[in-house]
Design a protein around this ligand. Structure first.
Ligand code: 3UK
Length: 542
């Protein structure tokens, strides 16, 4: 059975990824019995997501639109094939080698991504802002042999410690372009197994060394056929747009895989801050938008200055969607924001709601094919209405690259995402907080995000983060770090107004006894509030 994982023999000559999968006993249960997730034993996801569009007659439809260029599916496929030929015939990549990609969201990034997949390599996509130190961790941990890099970002990659790296090729300066010009536009896809690893997605979480999550060719299709086709339900005429980097699987799915599964168009922007996204939506007549809840909040304030009438569906993920943001977006555009919780370990969104099933404030229901429950610390399901840990199973799941933390994320066959949830009588899942973000104050359990939502419903508040600050009497007190809108006074009177507002919105004991006004909040590159940084600050400034 050498080289066999599921049914079919692996196509990997370099068995590193396979050899570093967690032991079978530590895998979560994978639910693959539903017809939507039954894939043939041999499968190359690049063929299914790209070449099939040409076979289906969509070759001349635009696949990618960027400020620099527009590529039809046929043109993109040709570029992919050229890069794949360069990889295999000039750079000596063999199936299973890891290839690092470093770029903002643009057409070369997508072309390089699909070239690696099609040639049977393993993609390691990285965020543009990562520095040599973090890149070095990935080069070493994933034993990366090849790298493709936007020339504007090459310095940091060259500085990184990369013990196994054989080739680093840049584009944008003509280097990869010249190699491609000399390469054939035809390439026979590597005959990969459905369960060959094709992606190592790094996730750093809040602290600690980055973890590599291993995903198979079939996983890339499973998220399309699950969340994509059954919750989002795009049309071939859709034009996707958004901000998440393609190195974040939220962006990969939302801006590439989901549109490609139906032959639609994706607009890729290297920089898409919320102040600029509305103009881009208007300019491109975009119909489907993927971004973070904080961005929708800013965009709602700008919506009146733009024609956003092309939009049909707007997806929010990465952090909890506070109800006031849902309401502001609906008031501004008439659209119901589609909240969804996803995770790098699960590849994409696993709890969400179709537009006709949305309950404002709740994340939603398990995506068809996934099952979810709320459990106590022993893994026993708690009664509905009781907070506990979220546990999930589905067609995708956590497989860390050689990492003891596998045993934390996967317990008794369930993926434990680290989130505290409440499930209601109707089955809807309501986000509370990250498990370690619950604030225990004078014996009460208080979820920071609930207090944040209450604060955000006050017009003076632009952004906020709520954590526990050490307190001699209560153990912890609720502390709010608040960014005010321009023109608001950062003084004791405003603090009192906000405290009174929270007491009216939610149970009074949850109000922030301490309010600190700040200019900005610490955020990760994927837009998440860094609560651990706020907690650290709260610990240092009691
Ligand atoms: C949090 C949410 C409340 C939650 C992601 C969509 O965020 C993604 O992946 P990460 O690995 O983080 C996972 C954690 O982020 N989270 C994400 N979405 C929500 N919390 N409501 C939400 N809607 O703590 C989760 O465990 O960075 C999101 C698709 C792909 C992704 N990788």
């Amino acid at each position: 059975m050498d080289g066999m994982i599921g049914g079919a023999a692996s196509a990997h000559q370099d068995s590193f990824a396979r050899d570093n999968l967690p032991p079978r006993a530590d895998w979560p249960v994978f639910l693959l019995d539903r017809p939507d997730y039954r894939y043939p034993p041999r499968l190359n996801c690049a063929v299914e997501l790209l070449d099939r569009n040409i076979e289906r007659g969509r070759g001349d439809h635009p696949a990618l639109v960027t400020p620099a260029e527009t590529l039809t599916y046929r043109q993109l496929a040709a570029r992919v094939n050229r890069i794949a030929n360069v990889l295999v015939h000039r750079l000596g990549m063999v199936p299973g080698n890891r290839v690092l990609l470093r770029s903002a969201n643009n057409a070369w990034m997508v072309a390089a991504y699909f070239a690696v997949l099609k040639a049977g390599g393993v993609v390691v996509a990285t965020m543009p802002l990562l520095r040599a130190k973090e890149l070095g961790q990935m080069f070493s941990k994933a034993r990366i042999t090849h790298a493709f890099c936007d020339a504007r970002l090459a310095d940091e990659a060259r500085k990184a410690n990369a013990p196994d790296l054989r080739h680093l090729v840049t584009w944008g300066d003509g280097a990869l372009e010249a190699m491609c010009a000399a390469a054939s536009a035809e390439f026979d896809a590597c005959d990969t197994a459905a369960d060959d690893v094709c992606l190592i997605g790094f996730t750093s979480g809040s602290t600690g060394e980055p973890k590599g999550t291993l995903h198979f060719h079939r996983d890339m299709l499973a998220i399309c056929d699950g969340y994509g086709m059954q919750v989002l339900r795009p049309e071939p005429t859709d034009v996707f747009i958004g901000s998440p980097p393609l190195a974040f699987t939220f962006g990969l799915g939302g801006l590439v895989l989901f549109p490609f599964r139906v032959g639609a168009t994706a607009v890729l922007l290297e920089k898409a801050p919320p102040e600029e996204l509305p103009a881009a939506i208007e300019r491109h007549r975009a119909t489907v938008c993927f971004t973070a809840p904080t961005a929708y909040r800013v965009m709602a304030g700008l919506a009146a200055q733009h024609d956003l009438s092309s939009l049909r569906k707007c997806v929010s993920a990465g952090e909890a969607l506070p109800k006031p943001v849902f309401e502001a977006w609906q008031a501004a555009t008439g659209l119901k924001l589609m909240d969804g919780i996803g995770a790098t370990e699960m590849l994409h969104i696993f709890i969400a709601a179709r537009e006709d099933q949305i309950r404002p404030g709740a994340t939603g229901l398990p995506v068809p094919g996934y099952v979810a429950k709320v459990v106590d610390e022993h893994g026993t399901e708690v009664p509905r209405g009781t907070p506990g840990r979220l546990a999930v199973q589905g067609p995708t799941g956590c497989r860390y690259l050689a990492d003891p933390r596998q045993a934390q994320y996967v317990q008794h066959g369930w993926n434990i995402t680290g989130d505290t949830y409440v499930q209601d009588e109707d089955g809807y899942f309501w986000y509370q907080a990250r498990n370690d973000d619950m604030i225990i104050s004078a014996g009460y359990n208080i979820a920071g995000p609930e207090v944040e939502a209450a604060l955000l419903s006050h017009p003076a508040v632009r952004e906020c983060g709520v954590v526990g600050a050490p307190d001699a009497e209560r153990g912890m007190v609720v502390r709010a770090y608040v960014v005010l809108h321009q023109g608001q006074a950062a003084d004791g009177a405003t603090a009192k107004v906000l405290q009174d507002h929270v007491k009216r919105e939610i149970a009074p004991y949850k109000y922030p006894r301490s309010v600190v006004f700040v200019e900005t909040l610490p955020r990760t590159e994927t837009g998440k509030l860094q609560r651990f940084a706020l907690r650290k600050r709260a610990g240092e400034e009691p």
